[in-house]
Each structure stands twice: as C-alpha cells, then as structure tokens.
Design a protein around this ligand. Structure first.
Ligand code: PMP
Length: 410
C-alpha cells in the first residue's frame, strides 16, 4: 500500500461483496488491530530460519534468537524513551501487561470510568473517578481524588479506544507525582498514533500491544520502573524466571526475567521491535497531521449525513487520534457494520468496544459504530465510507441484515 509514511500490508486485498464480485478492502478497523508494516514482515522472514529458543542455547540459531530478543528490548526501550531505571517486560498484549502490573502495585489505583475493560478489571483496590464534561474538569476531579487519600497509582488511558480523545498525560503525571502516586498509561491506542516519550512525559509505566502497532498478535509490552517489578511476585512461575531452584526454596530473578517464565515469543517480540524502529524513523508529527486531516474529513462528512450522531466526551478542541465512533438514527450499529462490509467492502467495528461503563454513561447501551484510521488510510477511503453511509441513509440496505440472522458470511 502506498502510504506517505510506511508500507502497510493488506491495502490491496480484494474482498467479496454480497451482490457478487469483489472490491478492494477499505480498512477502518485499525484501532482493533493494524495490518503489518512491510518492515515487520521482512524482519520476521529474516529471523524465521534461525527460529530457536533463547538464552540458554549455545547453538548458532539460539544465539541469533537471543540477540534478536534482547536487541528488541533495546529497540522498544529507545522508542518509548525509557531511562535506565525502567525495564521492558515482554508480555502477550496490553491486557497481559496490565494484569502483570496489577500484581505489583502496593496500594490503591485511581482510574477514570471511561477506560477499556483491560484498564479497569485487573486492578485491585480501585477508586473510580467519573469523567466530567470537559478535560480540565476531569483533570481536576482526578486531582481531588488523588489528594483525598493516598494512592499508589493513577492508571489512565493515553487515548480512548471509543472516542479517540487524548488526555493531557504530562499534566496528569505531574499531578500524580505531586500526590505521591505513580502514573501508568494504557498506550494501546496512543502509541500507534503518537510518539510517547516516557522521560518527557514523566510516565512511570506504559503498556501497548504489538497487534495494534502494525505487528502480529501475541506479543505486547510493559515498560516501567524497576523497583515494584523486582519486588512483585513473579507473574508466571517457571523456567527462565529464576536464579536458583531447590525443592524447598526458589530464588527468583529480577525483572524482566522474573515475569517472563517459559519460552518467549521471539518472533512476536522481533516484530514489535521492527515496528518501533520503523515508526521511530518516521516523521511522527507529519503522520499525526495527515491523520488529523483525514479525521476532519470524516467528521465533517458524517455531520452532513442525516441522523448521524458522533460520540465525543469533550469539546471539538480536544486532541484526538484517528478514531470516530457514531450512530445513525433508525439503524442498529450491527446492521450498519454488516451493510458496509457486505455491500461496500468496508471494515468498521460495532458494539461496545470493551468499554461498557462508558457506553452506558453516554446512553448507548446498544453500542455504536467505530471507524478508525491508521498509516494505510487514505482520503479516497474516507470518501468511500461517507458515500456508502449516505447511500444507506437514503435507500436503506438493499438486503436485510435481520433476515441474514444477524450475520453475513462471505
Ligand atoms: N486498552 C485499550 C485502550 C484498547 O483499545 C485495547 C484493545 N482494544 C486494550 C487495552 C486491550 O488490548 P489487547 O486486547 O491487545 O490486550
């Protein structure tokens, strides 16, 4: 795919249409999982012949795999601006990273009510703050809660997976630190869209997933301050996480090995590192500006369609990544998504996006439709989506989603 920023796979995939024939797939589902970058595919192909278990092998393939695995840690660390006090732990995904950190936090965790379930459910001793109608009021409410009683951690999303809205992370980091707490950022949606520099922002812990960062499924990252991670119970008990084992005593290793028991996902980790290296070499601001223009085109077009309501928590001046969630009066979200796929070859997502409390609070318990952008998105794709939605509103679907029993299979 010709994107001004990177070669992304899957942009020229042909998909079947319900009326017969095929068309080029238009992907508006980057927020769920992003297609692999060409550099990621190349890195995996290079490494595949040397597929071997890491660390304790003296064979050539094992040494290549070990070097790749540990170099990948360096790539990730550089990409997020981690300092020497911060350690990169490889996990399966963001959810895994948060569950790992949840076992290491020595106290209460303050969260907002708009979070993805992954940043709500794993925490113990949670104190939930209700987001307000403006960003500044929301920040103020968080400050009040942090001052009210000691908390160990403020756990906050970098960018909402429902609205794309971005929180002022540096300000929140200062606030948390002033109250004696640390800050964790759920970067699942932010990292693929913005350069996140931990040192610059003052962030203590960050998690993200390979599959949303143009790498395949199965590998994720937790990066953060070493002390809690060194003191925590090992996330997984087993080989690789220990220094010494006797039948009546175990001496655990420090982080990251402490939390990475078992044979690691060498290829998945190399893929994340390749994505980080590629994204680090790009002009992130230019990519963000490009995405902002596409997003504005999408929002403007949607606002011109009768019955469309765009879901935003805060006003239009709020910084946003390329995620636009909406509903259309008279249509079920599932019906809209199925229609776009079946009749126009357009992939969006519908539902409640693993953020049930947020959807309930904005009065959309039945869910909404989410269109999300990424490096392979184009203005032509946005036009295609808008034209399809205009046609839907004008004519209704030319086949019945309900009759298809809620499903359409190619
Ligand atoms: N946090 C946010 C904001 C997300 O969007 C997601 C994925 N939808 C997650 C966490 C969980 O990511 P994963 O499924 O890769 O663990």
């Amino acid at each position: 795919c010709i994107s001004p920023f990177a070669r992304v796979s899957g942009c020229d995939v042909q998909v079947p249409l319900v009326q017969g024939g095929t068309c080029t797939y238009a992907n508006f589902d980057y927020a769920a999982s992003a297609p692999a970058l060409a550099s990621v595919t190349d890195r995996i192909s290079e490494l595949l012949p040397f597929y071997a278990s890491v660390h304790r092998g003296a064979g050539y393939a094992s040494r290549i795999s070990t070097t790749s695995y540990e170099d990948s840690r360096e790539s990730v660390s550089r990409f997020v601006g981690a300092d020497e006090d911060q350690v990169v732990v490889f996990t399966r995904n963001t959810t895994d990273s948060i569950n790992l950190l949840a076992g290491a936090v020595p106290g209460d965790v303050v969260v907002l009510d708009i979070e993805h379930h992954a940043n709500l459910l794993p925490w113990k001793n949670t104190r939930v703050v209700e987001a307000a109608d403006s960003v500044s009021e929301t920040v103020w409410r968080i400050a009040v809660e942090l001052e009210r009683a000691p908390a160990a951690l403020l756990a906050i999303t970098g960018a909402s997976n429902v609205t794309g809205e971005v929180l002022p992370i540096a300000e929140l980091a200062d606030l948390a630190h002033a109250c004696g707490a640390r800050i964790f950022v759920d970067g699942a949606q932010l990292v693929p869209h913005r350069r996140v520099d931990l040192a610059e922002l003052g962030v203590d812990y960050l998690a993200f997933s390979g599959h949303k960062l143009y790498a395949p499924f199965g590998a994720g990252v937790l990066v953060g301050r070493r002390d809690w991670l060194d003191e925590a119970e090992p996330y997984l008990a087993g080989g690789g996480a220990v220094r010494e084992v006797a039948l009546d005593h175990t001496e655990w290793a420090c982080a990251p090995a402490r939390h990475e028991a078992g044979s690691p996902n060498v290829l998945g980790v190399a893929a994340i590192a390749a994505a980080c290296d590629t994204l680090a070499s790009h002009d992130a601001e230019a990519a963000a500006r490009h995405e902002e223009l596409l997003c504005a085109q999408l929002v403007e077009g949607l606002r011109d369609i009768y019955g469309v309501e765009i879901l935003r928590l805060w006003d239009d001046s709020t910084d946003c990544v390329g995620i636009v969630t909406f509903g259309i009066e008279g249509f079920e979200p599932g019906e809209i998504a199925a229609y776009l796929s079946a009749e126009h070859g357009i992939g969006v997502r519908d539902g409640r996006f693993c953020a049930h409390p947020l959807l309930a609070r904005v009065g959309l318990p039945g869910g909404a439709v989410r269109a999300s952008l990424g490096l392979g998105s184009s203005s032509a794709d946005v036009d295609r989506l808008l034209a399809a939605l205009r046609q839907l509103v004008a004519d209704g679907p030319s086949w019945s989603y309900a009759k298809a029993d809620g499903a359409w299979s190619p």
